[in-house]
Design a protein around this ligand. Structure first.
Ligand SMILES: [Zn+2]
Length: 449
């Protein structure tokens, strides 16, 4: 018997890790649910996904992760944030958007932003996101080279958008300087296995047509994602009409900006003809439900956008307007709000909600070949969630549990590119308390002003 076992072990392919659970949700084209499933991971990649018995008959590993009472899903994707703004979390709340931005956030940024600030703050943002099962985030901010070093150190996958805006900030004095910085950042980081540079003109109302066209040219030169806020507030629509005689999406179409490499964030005040334009051009959308709710920006027509074929995904936006970086809660809130808005509880069903947070998230960021689903050849960006909790018992429909009942504290193991970064709910390599102490020290300085 023992001899037989040793012979069969020799026949098995040795892999770095086997991750298993009561359920594996690959988020493949058929939205398969694999009961008693497992994923074989080797050299950072997914080599196989199937039933546990099948995987264990083909592969051997010294490292078995997960087990009974667990569910394995692809890492969640946050398609819009300003990660470093975690240091402004709770600094100013309950204010009108314009006042919040102009009297609190922009002055705080002008006073405090620096590479050191961004480096320390992004560490905290990455820790928060990883502990909530987010393995990829898309950022828009300044000093992204500092963000890249921190995100890499924390082991999270990131698309980092070097910010461009038509007025001076601590980051750059002129539009040319923003572009010089952005291009240098792109050249320095393109080809990295975890960090993907992108270009992030802030919005169509803070960037004139020349700046937007220049951003588009840079994106085409290096095949980059164009990451832009679009039609967030009613004020913005009025401003664009007054300046250009066109609504924000019409304006971007007119100057030739829209294509499949554009990720439009918010799209709250888009009308039917604008939805058609976004769909026609293959533009991806990042919907930031909780930020829109908190700033009372309005309600994006998410169901209409989905019906027109637009890939709508979730963004947390910055922590100053949310106030956390949690895609599990965005999924739940978004599904519920849009059911209520359309008086239709069948829209945004749990499967669609999770698809938007995973495979579509990767798709709109141009990372569909790398992440977003548990399929052979993709990076092992995986999350193990613990189902052995009162609020997750009993289980009838696993998709329903993930979307409507899961909390960030149910995240047990997180792997990015085959490397375990969160183990038993805790950061594996590094000190959580040191990261939080650093945040406390910065906040003490910020409070003093
Ligand atoms: Zn934003």
């Amino acid at each position: 018997m023992l001899e037989d076992e040793s012979i069969s072990m020799k026949d098995k392919e040795k892999v770095d890790c086997i991750i298993c659970g009561d359920y594996v949700l690959p988020i493949d084209a058929g939205m398969t649910v694999i009961a008693n499933g497992a994923v074989a991971v080797d050299r950072g990649k997914i080599v196989d996904v199937a039933g546990y018995d099948e995987i264990i008959s083909r592969y051997a590993s010294d490292n078995i992760v997960g087990g009974s009472g667990r569910v394995v899903i692809p890492g969640l994707i946050n398609t819009h944030t300003h990660a470093a703004m975690v240091y402004f979390r709770g600094l100013a709340d309950d204010l009108p958007l314009k006042e919040w931005l102009e009297k609190h956030i922009w002055p705080a940024e002008a006073k405090w932003l620096s590479p050191e600030f961004v480096s320390d703050a992004v560490e905290l943002a990455c820790l928060e996101m990883l502990k909530a099962g987010i393995t990829t985030f898309n950022d828009m901010y300044f000093f992204e080279e500092a963000a890249a070093v921190s995100a890499r150190r924390m082991g999270v996958r990131a698309v980092l958008g070097s910010g461009v805006i038509d007025f001076p900030t601590v980051s750059a004095k002129t539009v040319d300087e923003y572009f010089e910085k952005a291009e240098r950042f792109v050249v320095d980081w393109k080809g990295d296995d975890l960090i993907t540079p992108c270009i992030a003109p802030h919005s169509a109302y803070t960037c004139g047509p020349d700046t937007l066209k220049k951003a588009k040219k840079l994106a085409e030169k290096y095949d980059l994602l164009l990451h832009i806020h679009l039609s967030e507030t009613e004020w913005e629509v009025g401003e664009m009409k007054a300046r250009y005689g066109r609504k924000p999406v019409e304006h971007l179409e007119e100057i030739g900006f829209l294509d499949k490499n554009v990720l439009a964030v918010h799209c709250v005040w888009v009308e039917d003809n604008e939805i058609d334009l976004l769909a026609k051009r293959g533009v991806g959308v990042s919907h930031c439900m909780e930020s829109n709710l908190k700033l009372a920006a309005g309600f994006a027509p998410v169901v209409a956008m989905l019906m027109s074929g637009i890939k709508v995904t979730y963004g947390t936006d910055g922590a100053a307007s949310n106030n956390d970086l949690n895609i599990l809660s965005e999924m739940s809130t978004t599904a519920k709000v849009h059911k209520a808005l359309t008086s239709n509880p069948t829209v945004l069903d749990a499967k669609t909600a999770l698809l938007m947070a995973t495979r579509w998230g990767a798709g709109v960021l141009g990372l569909e070949r790398t992440t977003g689903s548990i399929e052979k050849g993709k990076a092992a960006d995986l999350v193990v969630l613990n189902l052995m909790k009162p609020h997750l018992s009993p289980v009838y429909d696993i998709y329903s549990h993930i979307v409507y009942s899961m909390r960030a504290s149910d995240v047990e193991t997180v792997m990015v590119g085959g490397k375990t970064v969160i183990d038993n709910g805790q950061l594996l390599d590094g000190s959580e308390s040191e990261i939080m102490d650093k945040a406390k020290r910065w906040a003490e300085r910020i409070k003093k002003g």
